[in-house]
Design a protein around this ligand. Sequence first.
Ligand SMILES: [Zn+2]
Length: 80
Amino acid sequence: MGCKPTLCHCGKLLDGGNPQGRVVRPRAGELTVCVRCATVFVFLDGGELEPLTAAQLEELPGNAIRAIRELRRVIEARRS
Ligand SMILES: [Zn+2]
């Protein structure tokens, strides 16, 4: 499954990216974070991205929440 490029509400085009040169083939249910505004998205069956709702965010396991917090800290540090 490829990622269907999706425009984040902040204006950043989310295209799955290729972190460290690797080709990423996301699976449905996997999460990604916008590198500009740190919004959390989930991959759907067809590769589309949908932003997580506040309720969905609260249901995430602790390790995912810690990873998202760390990413947000990095993104905000880079902005300032
Ligand atoms: Zn964004």
